[in-house]
Design a protein around this ligand. Structure first.
Ligand code: MN
Length: 245
């Protein structure tokens, strides 16, 4: 039997396929780290946040979180589902499989899957690497940060600089390559490092949304202030798991 996002386990109306090996296979992500594969009746649905909209105050305000999750993220999912309706054969693929093969997708849906599939993956990932709990990088991750950036402060500085430098809308990422080496990259719009079209194809372990919708209500044009506050909400436990898996 093949594994794909149709092979689901029904739990009280919600269909969870995050544990399927097929989804994890494409990028080497551990199956349990794939947070994008919540589907219902063959369609992607909005994954729940692991915390309340108010939980990230004052770093990110509740209204921003609610709009970001229920409006922006939902819109990517709705439009991704609409694209898949046009090419039903693609419904057998996991989101990560779709994103790692943008170049060869049918032209009729290529940009929709790139933008909206990317948007769905990026936001699902983002919610998983932030949270209200105070956490620290694991020893292994910290050692890798020291090795590749000198120290944690220097890493943060470089990550902020890269993310501030995104022209217009996009994302800042900490990624690891196949040898475990860390680097900092950015992507425009809703592209991400999993995509075959990415400049650096690698595994994200941390990401930050620098679209204005992520911070405008609280910070207006002050992206650097949002990025400073971002360190207060990073879920280092999750980032460490991603690095070590
Ligand atoms: Mn966003």
């Amino acid at each position: 039997m093949t594994t794909n996002r149709r092979d689901f386990i029904k739990t009280g109306g919600l269909v969870l396929t995050g544990l399927m090996a097929g989804a994890a296979h494409a990028t080497g992500l551990a199956p349990e780290t794939d947070t994008t594969e919540v589907i219902q009746e063959g369609l992607f649905v909005l994954p729940p946040l692991g915390f309340a909209y108010t939980a990230l105050e004052p770093n990110v305000d509740a209204r921003t979180m609610e709009i970001h999750h229920t409006k922006h993220h939902q819109a990517y999912i709705t439009k991704l589902n609409a694209a898949l309706e046009k090419e039903p054969s693609l419904k057998a693929k996991s989101l990560e499989q779709l994103l790692s093969s943008i170049k060869t997708l049918p032209e009729s849906v290529r940009s929709d899957i790139r933008n909206h599939g990317g948007g769905h993956w990026n936001h699902s990932f983002f919610w998983s690497v932030i949270g209200p709990s105070k956490t620290e990088p694991s020893e292994k991750l910290l050692a890798a940060i020291h090795r590749d950036f000198g120290n944690i402060e220097s890493f943060k500085e470089q990550f902020e600089k890269k993310s501030i430098g995104v022209f217009g809308s996009g994302w800042g990422w900490l990624v690891k390559d196949a040898k475990g080496k860390l680097s900092i990259v950015s992507t425009p719009n809703q592209d991400n490092p999993l995509m075959d079209i990415a400049e650096t194809n690698s595994k994200p372990v941390l990401g930050v949304d620098v679209w204005e919708h992520a911070y405008y209500l609280n910070y207006q044009n002050r992206r650097p202030d949002y990025l400073k506050a971002f360190w207060n909400i990073v879920n280092w436990q999750k980032v460490s798991e991603l690095y070590e898996s």
